[in-house]
Design a protein around this ligand. Sequence first.
Ligand code: OGA
Ligand code: MN
Length: 208
Amino acid sequence: MPPDNALLLRIADDLVKHGWSQQDVFLPQELTLQLAGECRARAAQGALTPAGIGRGAAMAVQEGVRGDRIQWLEAGQSTACDRYLQIMETVRLALNRTLYLGLEDYECHFALYPPGAFYQKHLDRFHDDDCRTVSVIVYLNDAWLPEHGGALRLYPGGLNGQDAQDVAPLANRLALFLSADMPHEVLPSTRERLSLTGWFRRRQRNGF
Ligand code: OGA
Ligand code: MN
């Protein structure tokens, strides 16, 4: 079942007004469970690898900055992943319809933060590439409690803003924000933390 129109409009409205949005009931519950199972199975097979910073030749693994393990999703890997990609396609089209963002594609990866892992404050847009436009994360963690930590901390007022917003990584919660402008970090957790993290991208501009 694709997300309904009211939810898509709330997301668009939040992005315009606040630069971010949180929706608590996003995927069908059984799909969230399947995706969590798939993330764990990939981890057990050793398919998730330490995530890097930067891209291309400049990519480097630095666990003091970022401690998650990831694997990119591709179409055709499983029914659950394909359903997920289809749902994100409806979100992409809705954002283009309502906000004229010109989003052309979507890339995403499973991410697993082992206990104690974190991701220091950063922006998702690369210095040499302005394609990433909207960052999108769906969390896959059942029975997540405040004492488990692991919040996504957003800084809508900029790097030194005092208005930090915490999003706990609860199963089936969606968080979106504008990639270019939103500093954010992932706080350490006491439990393994699973998500699908991705980006809607537009064509390269600004003469890069
Ligand atoms: C990222 C990121 C946030 C999260 O992977 O770039 O900021 O809550 N993830 O997992
Ligand atoms: Mn990020």
